[in-house]
Write a protein that binds this ligand. Structure first.
Ligand SMILES: [Zn+2]
Length: 499
């Protein structure tokens, strides 16, 4: 199908909303308006014992699962994205290319109501970074600027290094100790299956620059928030506070952080020279890309499947989040090919700029309006390409058995039961705050942080069979959520306030 995309991003010009040209909503002729009860008796399958799904629907879920496990096109989708677009950080040339890719891909795969939603995104350029021993010999360390960091002057910063074990340890120091130094936060991230190690160490990156700047430091170096022992420094965004000077912030690969720690160990002063040409440019336009598999009887109710379209600039954006994009597209596409489609609409949203401020997620929630109440549940794929091993949720307590039923339908995958405190993924935060329940199909993150946000985020890290397993889990969960007789409740107001 020929898709015409208006050339985007000419200084604030909106992306053209696209429609696939697929049939407009079916029109019913007058004779089709048979008495409602009779229609129901014919069309609505009997629900087994008042359960949420009919036997037929459960059989369809099983068939969908087996179909996905036997092979999907997810690996083709992610291959297409990384090959035709590659890295696509907010505001880079890859960003609008990714939006065009997604609009065309969804349309070509037969999605309905394919469209874009303009999103203003910040723009930051990495430039070139150098970290080296200032003397007596010259040795370079592998480092990358952290996302959003200011650069240094042309001469760079040369100062003595102050090593601290953690952000808390830094915050406990007096300004007199920190002033003028290059602070080095030397905290190793722990490898865990659920990614909890990342949550524990990532504050060094997000809060460290302003904590150090507030105490008068000249620059901040952190040990990579990653588990790789290869020489890959890990990037990611920082949050400068308004009440602290903005200082350059960079991360060292784990082997280089080890090297620096060895130099510091004897207790003699170590001086480093840090140079960075990172800089911020004016904000520019990107877009969320949306496509749907229309529901049947309750098409105005939505099951949302999210992933983020942007990536960091260092690698190809294959596992973060090309894999997620491929997983949700493929799960929805498989549902769209079913003979009996679910009652609710499955909406795929590929969010703009997750990495550098959740711009797309915030804009989607800002524009959702009254439709928020019709978002029955949402799930996001943003933890790479590892197998799903557990299901968590955040739904009304009375809907928890339905989550167990989804796990039961995925029995061959031997998933563990999780708690009802799932968060669903970073882009779902703003929707959760509006009361939308979430499902967390937790992927195995044991090796994810070896690659995440590094030059090594490439297609070579993805195993197509494992990706099919993930698609199976997403397809079944989405199909069951979209065909469930009741809903998943709403998140209580108290919960919303905590987000
Ligand atoms: Zn991500």
């Amino acid at each position: 199908m020929a898709i015409v995309v208006r050339e985007p991003l000419a200084k604030g010009v909106a992306f053209a909303a696209l429609f696939t040209g697929e049939k407009s909503p079916r029109r019913f002729s007058r004779w089709a308006k048979v008495p409602t009860l009779a229609l129901c008796a014919v069309l609505v399958p009997a629900l087994a014992g008042g359960a949420d799904w009919s036997e037929q629907q459960l059989a369809t879920a099983g068939a969908l699962r087996d179909r996905a496990l036997s092979g999907t096109s997810a690996y083709e989708h992610v291959t297409s994205l990384v090959t035709e677009v590659g890295p696509r950080s907010a505001g880079s040339s890859g960003d609008p290319a990714a939006v065009r890719w997604a609009l065309n891909k969804l349309a070509n795969l037969g999605f309905s109501h394919v469209r874009s939603q303009d999103v203003l995104v910040p723009r930051w350029v990495r430039g070139h970074a150098e970290v080296a021993l200032a003397g007596p010999t010259s040795q370079s360390l592998v480092a990358v600027a952290l996302g959003g960091s200011v650069g240094t002057s042309d001469e760079g910063v040369e100062a003595q290094v102050l090593e601290v074990a953690s952000l808390d340890a830094l915050n406990a120091l007096p300004a007199a100790t920190v002033g003028g130094k290059i602070v080095f936060i030397n905290q190793r991230m722990e490898r865990t299956r659920d990614g909890a190690g990342y949550g524990a160490a990532v504050r060094n990156r997000t809060e460290g620059p302003s904590a150090a700047g507030h105490l008068g430091a000249a620059a901040l170096l952190i040990r990579s928030v990653g588990t790789s022992e290869q020489r890959h420094a890990h990037t990611g965004s920082i949050n400068y506070r308004v009440d602290a000077p903005r200082i350059p912030a960079l991360s060292l690969s784990n082997p280089d952080a080890d090297q620096l720690a060895r130099w510091l160990k004897p207790g003699k002063p170590v001086r480093l020279r840090v140079k960075s040409t990172a800089r911020e440019l004016p904000a520019t336009w990107s877009a969320n890309v949306i496509g749907e598999i229309p529901g049947t009887e309750r098409a105005n109710e939505i099951v949302l499947l999210g992933a983020h379209l942007d990536s960091w600039d260092l690698g190809q954006g294959a596992i973060d989040d090309g894999a997620g994009v491929a997983i949700v597209i493929e799960a929805a596409r498989l549902i769209g090919r079913l003979e009996r489609k679910p009652a609710r609409t499955v909406r795929v949203v590929l969010f703009a700029n997750e990495e550098f401020g959740l711009s797309g997620a915030r804009e989607y929630a800002r524009l959702v309006g009254d439709e928020a109440a019709r978002h029955v549940i949402a799930a996001e794929a943003d933890l790479g390409a590892g197998a799903v091993w557990r299901i968590r949720s955040q739904v009304a307590p009375e809907a928890v058995p339905a989550v167990d039923a989804i796990r039961e339908a995925l029995k061959p995958l031997a998933l563990e039961a999780g708690d009802n405190e799932g968060r669903g993924g970073p882009d779902l935060g703003p929707l959760r705050a509006l009361g939308v329940p979430v499902l967390d199909l937790a992927q195995d993150a044991t090796n994810y942080f070896d690659v995440h946000h590094t030059v090594n985020d490439t297609l070579a890290q993805i195993d197509s069979k494992t990706l099919n397993q993930v698609v199976a889990a997403y397809a079944v969960a989405t199909y069951m959520a979209a065909s469930k007789s009741g809903d998943f409740g709403r998140l209580p107001a108290q919960e919303q306030q905590q987000r």
